[in-house]
Design a protein around this ligand. Structure first.
Ligand code: ADP
Length: 402
């Protein structure tokens, strides 16, 4: 069974074709800078194998549909193709960002579902429209069914006192303003993998999962279900991120509007794209920040300390939320690869039973692993995330029961 997974962002999309029998990736890639004068397509056939071939194209893609049409051509291309006919694809899995309270489990993409999803675009104006475009074009081009797997699903189990904001109730009633959370597919995937790794039932583990990448979020998991998460109505809240501020005093927003005379869009763009690590040290890639720190750059050091401190604070808070913590779980580009960040985040948490073994922490590996010391009473694990495989698996399971 071959499942094509599409993950549409506001001006880009990623894709993977997965053979579900072996979990092998048949091809993968990325289309970026959609609607810019020049866009980019990167396509890898059989990535990571001897037979791998790669293609880079620089050309304009007016919209997401044009990019998807080009990728579909490549799938059956004589040189780069991985199949004879597109009807060899059994199903398509879409990453949905905002399912709000309407989609709390993976959902087959059809006309009624798309109408409901369109009505949610007010909550995710940058992400939902391109996702919908991707769903529509795939349904047009492929005879197979499509399933949407939403980032917000895993967080839909949060209790009311967690997901509500203490603002007038009519804001929730009229506009659906509440905490929805993001990265849910990743938090669910690593929670399940962590439970399997520990040999525990998936619905009996208590975890604090830290998805740390360019965007970062921390989630409290009680008995395998999300009970709190750091992102909110939008992905802006929570820990310090690559270019997003994370939690700030909400009164900064009206203050800035009054003082700078910038409009809503300008302030929104500043908080989302010019803040976080980038706002402090002008860099948002953690590898660049480490090399600047190594050269004694005080701004890079400050940005790094702010990042680690904000995550440590959430870990502490979620200890208070959970009645027991079995393990801290690190995932995402930074969580999986950055031993310096992991050790700095966990420094000083020995009072909570968290202790990292320096030697285990320094080992690079693509495998799930524990990095806790023998004495630690709370485990610390690195679990590589695989959102595409999680979406493909959810797609397959949804169609099995449909
Ligand atoms: P996104 O949120 O875009 O999916 P990723 O999960 O790919 O982000 O993470 C990107 C971040 O991971 C970047 O800050 C990058 O510097 C960091 N990263 C990737 N590899 C390493 C590494 N080896 N050491 C430190 N940071 C890394």
């Amino acid at each position: 069974m071959k499942i094509f997974v599409v993950n549409c962002g506001s001006s880009s999309f990623k894709f993977q074709l997965i053979n579900m029998e072996s979990s092998a990736i048949l091809c993968s890639g990325l289309v970026e800078r959609i609607s810019a004068a020049t866009g980019n397509l990167t396509y890898k056939q059989h990535p990571g194998t001897k037979n791998s071939r790669e293609l880079e194209e620089e050309r304009a893609f007016a919209n997401h549909s044009e990019g998807i049409i080009r990728v579909m051509e490549l799938l059956t291309d004589e040189t780069y193709g991985v199949m004879k006919n597109l009807d060899e694809i059994s199903a398509c899995g879409h990453r949905g960002v905002m399912g709000a309270e309407k989609f709390t489990k993976p959902t087959i993409v059809e006309a009624g579902m798309l109408k409901t999803l369109k009505s949610l675009s007010i909550l995710a104006p940058l992400h939902n429209p391109p996702t919908i475009q991707g769903m529509e074009i795939m349904n047009e081009m492929l005879p197979c069914p499509s399933v949407a797997v939403f980032d917000t699903e895993f967080h839909s189990t949060m209790p009311e006192h967690t997901y509500k904001y203490a603002i007038p109730e009519k804001m929730y009633d009229e506009f659906g303003i509440r905490r929805y959370g993001f990265h849910g597919t990743s938090h669910r995937y690593v929670s399940e993998q962590a439970a399997d790794f520990m040999g525990k039932d998936r619905d009996k583990v208590n975890l604090i999962t830290c998805h740390l990448g360019n965007g970062s979020s921390v989630t409290a998991v009680q008995d395998g279900r999300c009970v709190d998460t750091s992102m909110g109505l939008t992905p802006l809240s929570g820990v310090v991120m690559g270019t997003r501020s994370g939690d700030i005093d909400p009164a900064i927003y009206p203050f800035l509007a009054r003082q700078t005379k910038n409009n809503i869009e300008e302030i929104d763009a500043m908080l989302n794209a010019e803040s976080g690590l980038k706002g402090i040290c002008s860099m948002n890639d953690m590898r660049d920040i480490h090399s600047a720190r190594a050269h004694g750059d005080p701004k890079a050091e400050l940005a790094f300390q702010m990042f680690c401190y904000s995550i440590r604070k959430y870990i502490g808070a979620y200890f208070a939320v959970l009645d027991r913590v079995d393990s801290i779980v690190f995932t995402g580009g930074i969580g999986e690869n950055d031993d310096i960040a992991r050790s700095s985040i966990c420094a000083g948490l020995s009072g909570l039973g968290i202790e990292i073994d320096a030697q285990k922490n320094s080992i690079r590996s693509p495998e799930s692993r524990s990095i806790a010391t023998e004495q630690a009473t709370v485990d610390t694990m690195i679990i590589p995330t695989n959102e595409e495989l999680a979406i493909a698996t959810a797609t397959m399971n949804t169609l099995k029961v449909a």
